[in-house]
Design a protein around this ligand. Structure first.
Ligand SMILES: C[S@@+](CC[C@H](N)C(=O)[O-])C[C@H]1O[C@@H](n2cnc3c(N)ncnc32)[C@H](O)[C@@H]1O
Length: 214
């Protein structure tokens, strides 16, 4: 319970300090974490898993529980405070410690991350609605380069957030959100195979699952 509150307090502090990249007032609920990890839960063989924007580890907690002994796990997080919290969890938390020898936390923006080998699963918590459309296009380009053929990208977005934000935005903001919609719909139209609705989260969210064609 103490850790739960500690994580929420730190998350909120980072939201106030770095609204643009933190993008949420609280970590994801366990229901959202479960929906994001669902394709990974069904996997059979050894897999390479990448989590992008793990924050305090709300989704990571689910991922480490479903990883199999042969799986390899990388995490890419921009914020050094969150990186420190995650590294502590890989030492102190029993679920995290179980996979610590196969997990690595990288502190950098995902658009600058490179890997020699592709990933079978990418689980992403980035707040795309706060980003410029060109950056979102760049990040999706990076994801589809990092994915193995047949690999799955799962990410979430808050329900109806873009139309709602358009109502309270100025003209420039509305144009940015419309361009963002075009970028996301482009990828969703070509690659989405499932969308989950998660109501028990603040705010409620959709989880989008996309597959890179094999
Ligand atoms: C909405 S929070 C999600 C945190 C966590 N996954 C959860 O669901 O509770 C977004 C996270 O993405 C990180 N982030 C934002 N931009 C990033 C980037 N370009 N590369 C890597 N991480 C980024 C932020 O620091 C933050 O931890």
């Amino acid at each position: 319970m103490k850790r739960f509150f500690g994580e929420h307090v730190e998350f909120f502090r980072q939201y106030r300090r770095r609204f643009q990249t933190t993008g949420a007032v609280a970590p994801s609920s366990r229901f959202l974490a479960r929906a994001l990890s669902r394709p990974l839960e069904k996997h059979a063989g050894p897999s390479r898993v990448l989590e992008v924007g793990p924050g305090t580890g709300a989704v990571t907690r689910r991922i480490v529980r479903v990883l199999k002994p042969e799986d390899k796990f990388d995490l890419v997080e921009l914020n050094e405070t969150f990186v420190g919290m995650l590294q502590t969890r890989f030492v102190e938390d029993a679920d995290f410690r179980r996979v610590a020898d196969r997990a690595q936390v990288h502190q950098c923006p995902i658009q600058e991350f490179h890997s020699d080998q592709p990933y079978d699963f990418i689980i992403c918590g980035l707040p795309f609605n706060n980003f410029p459309p060109a950056l979102v296009r760049e990040i999706f380009g990076a994801f589809f380069k990092l994915l193995a053929p047949g690999g799955v990208l799962s990410y979430f977005e808050y329900m109806y957030m873009r139309p709602l934000r358009k109502v309270v935005s100025n003209r420039e903001g509305r144009e940015r959100l419309s361009e963002l919609e075009v970028v996301l719909q482009d990828y969703l139209g070509k690659h989405r195979f499932q969308r989950d609705w998660v109501f028990v989260n603040v705010p409620p969210a959709w989880v989008q699952h996309l597959r890179r064609d094999g």
